[in-house]
Design a protein around this ligand. Structure first.
Ligand code: ADP
Ligand code: MG
Length: 502
């Protein structure tokens, strides 16, 4: 007999419907799975057979054909186990075809028949919420929390195959309820711990407020890592829609904790400098999101920037510009969102002492130029703010009263973000100044005449590209927003220019 069960697959972070068709017919005993299954999908045969047997269902020795359609997209992941098992039970008459009407079924099977968590469930739930004729999503209990972020969708979360079969045969479903939400931020690192370094703190406040890229340059021990690690404590809160997108990416990457908790705070990703360019921007046979996508709506922190492979660094340019990564594969290309703010730290020269107040730099000019050229001009130009910092002297470190708290800085950041959200309310893909189209910054009356004049003369003296011109203007816009000024003035532009590389 022929059976059809609805399931879903994820491409990038977008889900689409899959129809799992199962045909059990007379003929030589065989198991054929078609529809471009990846290795782990083919292995469903072993899991499903054992799970059915251990749940007390006997499969007839027949010719079994399973088709995952549409047949021309590559299928990966272990989520097809459960729909295949249910399809088999319909095909051999244990369940009726009507019992699975309007259900989308997803889940991995343990050999004992237990239903285990899978990746990408939030994407599926968001997809189904927009579809009509959906009765419920049948999913693993481990994925209930993330799926319940989509409020309108009824969820059914059987713990075992047997439990699902009982529900399907009786037609009565117990709807799953999400567990308690856990909050991600620990709040231990605070800007109050940082003595001095006012310029760097100011730059990070501007970066957090407007979503700008920022590079900290200074000798070891200057506090670069310490400052950057405190950035999460002043980042603005995620909007609900942003939190959904970020959680969907982390779900696809399989990074949600077992609790399936929603990602509640802006991501702060700090990959090690040995990371490959595939790890950074994403890749793999069944493409997975890279660090730039895991940092979507948050910060990608690259400590010791010049230790990263040149190729990896250059691969950042395209996502920084487009806000997404497109991974092209022969079968299909997959897009992952990647709107991140790059924050990086590096030493000023090979001996690290350049600009140090007491130590002597032993590097020749040529060596310094060669060292810095590891950061290409094209990438440097895309980093809005370059900040040079010197270490704070020992006597200042002890006894000095600590700086402003993260909470106070964050309040200003939040206020300026609110201003930006109002400004870009009509532009769906823009949420902060760093991504503002140039025309929205240059509308009549938005920039003072003095400020324009200063910008034009800086363009010549600093040899700014057109891109550089707009980047200065965006940073100036954020500085004005922090002061709640409607117009960008000369002082705002002049501060923004100070952050440009010379
Ligand atoms: N301005 C500062 N205020 C307080 N502590 C500091 C400051 N600068 C450096 N330190 C101390 O020095 C340590 C090393 O700083 P770190 O951030 O690792 O420097 P870098 O990354 O520039 O090499 C910090 O963990 C902190 O204990
Ligand atoms: Mg460091």
């Amino acid at each position: 007999m022929l059976a059809a069960v609805r399931s879903a697959a994820v491409s990038g972070i977008d889900a689409y419907d899959i129809c799992v068709e199962v045909d059990v017919a007379r003929g030589l005993p065989n198991w054929l799975l078609v529809g471009l299954p990846a290795g782990e999908v083919k292995e469903s045969r072993e899991r499903v057979s054992a799970a059915l047997a251990n749940s007390g269902f006997e499969l007839p020795v027949r010719r079994t054909t399973i088709s995952l359609s549409p047949g021309d997209t590559k299928k990966s992941g272990t989520g097809f186990d459960l729909p295949i098992a249910v399809g088999l039970l319909v095909a051999i008459g244990v369940l009726t075809p009507e019992s699975v009407d309007g259900l989308t079924i997803l889940g991995e099977l343990g050999l004992d028949g237990s239903v285990r968590g899978v990746r990408g469930v939030l994407s599926v739930a968001r997809h189904l919420a927009n579809a009509s004729s959906v009765r419920a999503l049948v999913l693993p209990p481990a994925n209930v929390n993330e799926a319940s972020l989509v409020r309108s969708l009824p969820l059914v979360a059987p713990r075992t195959l047997v439990e699902l079969v009982e529900m399907l045969s009786s037609g009565t479903f117990t709807h799953a309820q999400p567990g308690p939400r856990v909050s991600a931020s620990d709040g231990s690192a605070d800007f109050a711990d940082v003595v001095g370094q006012e310029t760097a703190k100011r730059a990070l406040e501007i970066a957090a407020a407007g979503g700008h890229a920022c590079l900290l340059i200074g000798p070891p021990g200057a506090g670069k890592t310490m400052l950057a690690r405190r950035l999460p404590s002043i980042l603005p809160a995620l909007t609900e829609e942003e939190a959904l997108e970020v959680t969907a990416i982390h779900s696809v990457a399989g990074l949600l904790a077992d609790s399936g908790a929603c990602v509640a705070a802006r991501p702060f990703r700090a990959p090690h400098h040995t990371i490959s360019s595939a790890g950074l921007v994403g890749g793999g046979g069944a493409p997975r999101p890279g660090e730039v996508s895991l940092a979507h709506h948050g910060v990608l922190f690259l400590d010791e920037l010049l230790e990263f492979e040149r190729r990896a660094l250059e691969s950042l340019r395209q996502p920084m510009e487009d806000g997404q990564v497109v991974i092209a594969r022969a079968a299909q290309s997959v897009a992952f969102p990647a709107k991140f703010s790059l924050v990086a730290a590096m030493n000023p020269c090979p001996c690290c002492n350049f600009g140090h107040p007491t130590r002597v730099c032993t590097c020749g000019d040529g060596e310094i130029v060669k060292y810095r050229s590891r950061l290409s001009g094209a990438l440097a130009d895309r980093i809005d703010m370059h900040v040079t910092l010197a270490p704070v002297a020992g006597e200042e470190l002890d006894g000095r009263s600590s700086g402003e708290s993260s909470a106070a800085i964050r309040a200003r950041v939040e206020r300026s973000r609110a201003v930006q959200r109002r400004r870009f309310a009509q532009l769906t893909s823009v949420e902060c100044n760093a991504r503002a189209p140039a025309r929205t910054l240059l509308i009549a009356g938005a920039v003072d005449a003095d400020a324009r004049k200063l910008l034009t003369s800086a363009m010549e003296s600093l040899q700014l590209s057109a891109r550089g011109y707009h980047r200065v203007l965006r940073v100036a816009r954020t500085i004005a927003d922090l002061e709640d000024e409607a117009r960008v003035g000369e002082a705002h532009v002049s501060e923004a220019i100070r952050y440009r590389p010379r």
